[in-house]
Design a protein around this ligand. Structure first.
Ligand SMILES: O=C(O)CCC(=O)C(=O)O
Ligand SMILES: [Fe+2]
Length: 327
């Protein structure tokens, strides 16, 4: 059984260390197959699942193998694990979606992956497939940051923000919210380090991984009733729920999800995309507009927003010109 305190800390911090709940034989097999996969694919796969032959990166600092379950079915045991399914149901409801499931290896590298958020209202977990120490290419998190603006709009490198690295032993499992700030530290040792990562969403979350590939790892028991849905909620959350690079959209999302209770209750009840269940205690589910705005660097908001708008305008103009030329 998962301890209630752990779930509470996940909601409070956006990250929780669940230690190792897998049995040793399974872990041995997983590590054995992970090693085999990287023997076969030393530089991982590109986004078309083709074997990479060069040491360059498709994604900074990572060699990814996307289709681990198809290649080594033993990996599906992770998704069948009771702790995983129970926690996913608790946070995302029945018929939750497994959007992506892959392993990534980080070789020796002196650059870090800057803090960012992925998308709102989801749940992710990472399992260490090597023993990983500090500065071994491990993911790091900023606890409680899931209620703050995305890192590009803040002073995230201010020393008052402390990071927590997910280090530990093979099998150690960390659940986290993909809207909690996270990044990856450099790997200063000669040994590559590998973790398994999985991203989940509720029943209306798209089943496509970061390569754009449709995946079918979810065991959904029943089709979702689409008759009584409030379509406007789907539209709104689809628009605002994936706003890692847009301050205004992110702020509106937070207001809708955290502050307007009636609205978010309705959205959660129909498992609107990018919404997860609340913990259920106002002390844990609270959101402070004051803290959010205090963490905001408005200069960055203006600069980034202007740059994005200019890019958009140039982009549409350019496509119009190109279209005219081709006609
Ligand atoms: O590789 C990691 O440790 C984190 C990667 C990540 O956050 C991402 O790809 O969005
Ligand atoms: Fe990420």
């Amino acid at each position: 059984m998962i301890k209630e305190e752990k779930i509470k800390s996940l909601y409070e911090d956006g990250l929780a260390d669940f230690s190792n709940f897998f049995d040793n034989d399974l872990l041995k097999e997983l590590v054995f197959e992970k090693d085999n996969l990287f023997k076969e694919y030393p530089y991982g796969q590109d986004d078309n699942l083709n074997k990479k032959s060069k040491a360059d990166f498709v994604r900074p600092g990572s060699y990814m193998i996307w289709d681990v379950i198809e290649k080594k079915p033993i990996f599906s045991k992770i998704l069948e694990n009771k702790y995983v399914t129970n926690l996913a149901k608790r946070v995302l409801g029945d018929n939750y979606t497994v959007a992506s499931f892959y392993i990534r290896k980080t070789p020796k590298i002196d650059s870090k992956l800057n803090p960012h958020i992925d998308y709102q209202g989801g749940l992710s977990f990472s399992i260490l497939l090597d023993n990983i120490n500090l500065n071994n290419g491990e993911t790091f998190f900023y606890k409680k940051s899931h209620k703050l603006p995305p890192p590009p709009f803040t002073n995230f490198d201010n020393p008052s923000y402390k990071t927590t690295s997910i280090t530990g032993k093979i099998g150690d499992t960390f659940f986290w919210f993909p809207d909690c700030w996270h990044g990856r530290n450099p790997n200063s040792c000669d040994k590559d380090t590998t973790i398994l990562m999985c991203h989940l969403g509720n029943s209306n979350h798209p089943s496509a991984d970061s390569t754009g590939r449709k995946v079918n790892y979810s065991k959904k028991e029943k089709k979702h009733n689409s008759k009584n849905r409030k379509k406007y909620l789907d539209l709104i959350f689809r628009k605002f729920g994936k706003s890692s690079n847009n301050f205004f959209k992110h702020f509106i999302y937070c207001l809708l999800y955290f502050k307007i209770k009636k609205f978010s209750e309705l959205a959660i009840r129909q498992q609107t995309v990018f919404t997860r269940n609340k913990y259920g205690e106002s002390e844990i589910d609270n959101f402070s507009i004051k803290k959010y705005l205090k963490a905001t660097n408005f200069y960055k908001v203006i600069v980034i927003s202007l740059k994005t708008s200019i890019k958009k305008i140039i982009g549409t103009k350019l496509t119009r010109i190109l279209k005219k030329k081709s006609n």
